[in-house]
Design a protein around this ligand. Structure first.
Ligand SMILES: *Cc1c(COP(=O)(O)O)cnc(C)c1O
Length: 458
């Protein structure tokens, strides 16, 4: 029998203690945080699954590269190492560093979009949508039907609806569509991958109408590995070859290095277009910095240069995708409702099905998030009614997995805590909203369990 256990493909050289709290303490802490986990101190969290963005562990090779960081203002060798590493994978002519992904988005859309334009995407991530709309353009999501149903199992639920894309181009006219974007993997749609076949079809439509295609490449390595596992003809290719093939279908990309860049900060923007690149660099100098550092330190560029290559290592990706899938599988086996199939970077709990007795105006997603913290000191995030208001189509709780940070026993602990909450789910109370800010209210909202509100009124 071959050995089947998939282990973490690293050993641990530097450890960071995590802090236990008692349930009694967590009750106090959560109350003090007004039942909003964004208001908790990170030190009061045992397992932090709030986000996979910038929360990963760097490798010894990355830390060694950090020491090579050259902090020259212009023409630093760190920039050239960064540029060469990015170009080897992405293949684009111009590589423009930025402080994170949204800065790349702001610069790209400021240069390419104007009022009245339309930008199609499989699904815009929230900062992407906001940056498109800030230019006066319209952000249109063209996800295929299967991607819109949490329970449906399909290998590539991130795919764009290619017919809808062509229909949109014909309806609004090519002149109003400055670019098409494809987000790999589709973060807002549950971390679901896009197939090479779909990228090829989208690229063909773009070429037919002369519209540039850009990738939102944040999780390009995870997407490449899903293609290797699931798409016929790719089993023998390396994740890097798959990534190279996909990027060759487009004209540029935006990237948050806090995801598959394996860095704690950073991002970049790529394009093949000389004129656009010049305009982008001019804007970069205005707000981010000189084009050989773009708001980053030389050491950050070094960390990204190494990290973006490590994200494509097959043993890392096998561990990454398998451990997320392991969490999803164990929960599914116990009957816990999650978005299927498990994505690359996170598991999404379906809070409406988990807590059917809690009405939507009492935020089932927030209630479940609070319960996970109370039960086991786990911090997740609500993506539903509190975040999006009445526009929310689902109430999800995202368990995002930081890269190379937690081991299988941490994941086993998360499973145990979740199953404990699942067992006594009928006792979980809804939440009443006490305070909301006019924008992005989920970050600062204050809430209270409905039973406490009722008790106080008596
Ligand atoms: C995180 C993310 C961004 C934005 O990147 P930041 O580094 O957080 O600014 C854009 N698109 C997608 C798909 C993302 O996941």
């Amino acid at each position: 029998m071959p050995i089947r256990t998939i282990i973490e493909p690293f050993r641990i050289k530097s450890v960071e203690p995590i802090r236990w709290t008692t349930r009694k303490e967590r009750e106090e802490l959560l109350k003090k945080a007004s039942y909003n986990v964004f208001l908790l101190d990170a030190e009061d969290v045992l397992i932090d699954l709030l986000t996979d963005s910038g929360t990963g562990a760097m490798s010894t090779a990355q830390w060694a590269a950090v020491m090579q960081g050259d902090e020259s203002y212009a023409g630093s060798p760190s920039f050239y190492r960064f540029r060469d590493s990015v170009q080897e994978i992405m293949g684009y002519k111009h590589v423009i560093p930025t402080h994170q992904g949204r800065a790349a988005e702001r610069i790209l859309f400021s240069v390419m979009c104007k009022k009245g334009d339309v930008v199609p995407n499989n699904t815009h991530f929230d900062t992407t949508r906001a940056n498109v709309e800030f230019t006066g353009a319209e952000a249109v999501d063209l996800l295929r039907e299967e991607g819109r149903h949490p329970e449906v199992i399909h290998p590539f639920k991130g795919n764009m609806d290619v017919e809808a894309l062509e229909a949109l181009i014909q309806r609004v006219g090519r002149a109003r569509i400055p670019l098409v974007m494809l987000t790999v993997t589709n973060n807002s749609g549950g971390g679901q991958p896009v197939s090479m076949e779909n990228a090829r079809q989208v690229s063909a439509v773009c070429k037919k109408y002369g519209i540039p295609l850009y990738f939102d490449a944040c999780r390009f390595a995870e997407n490449s590995y899903f293609i290797k596992l699931r798409e016929p003809g790719y089993a023998e290719k390396t994740p890097k070859e798959i990534a190279q093939e996909m990027f060759a279908l487009g004209d540029g990309c935006t990237m948050s290095a806090k995801k598959d860049g394996m860095a704690n900060i950073g991002g970049f923007l790529c394009t093949n277009d000389d004129i656009i690149a010049q305009q982008e660099k001019n804007l970069l100098i205005l707000t981010e910095g000189y084009p050989t550092y773009g708001g980053l330190a030389g050491r950050d560029l070094e960390a990204i240069a190494v990290g973006i290559q490590e994200a494509l290592h097959e043993d890392y990706l096998r561990y990454r995708i398998t451990s997320t899938g392991y969490l999803g599988r164990k929960l599914t086996e116990a009957g816990v409702p999650i978005v299927q199939p498990p994505g690359g970077h996170a598991i999404y709990l379906d809070a409406r099905t988990f807590l059917p007795h809690i009405p939507l105006n009492q935020f089932p997603g927030v209630a479940l998030t609070c319960e996970l913290y109370l039960e086991g000191g786990i911090r997740a995030v609500e993506i539903g009614g509190l975040m999006f208001g009445k526009a929310a189509k689902m109430d999800l709780v995202r368990l995002a997995i930081p890269r190379r940070v937690y081991t299988q026993s941490h994941i086993d602990y998360v499973i145990e805590v979740l199953l404990e909450v699942w067992k006594r789910r009928e006792d979980v109370d809804g939440m009443e909203l006490l305070y909301e800010a006019p924008f992005l209210r989920h970050f600062t909202a204050r809430l209270c369990p409905t039973a406490e509100v009722a008790a106080a009124a008596r």
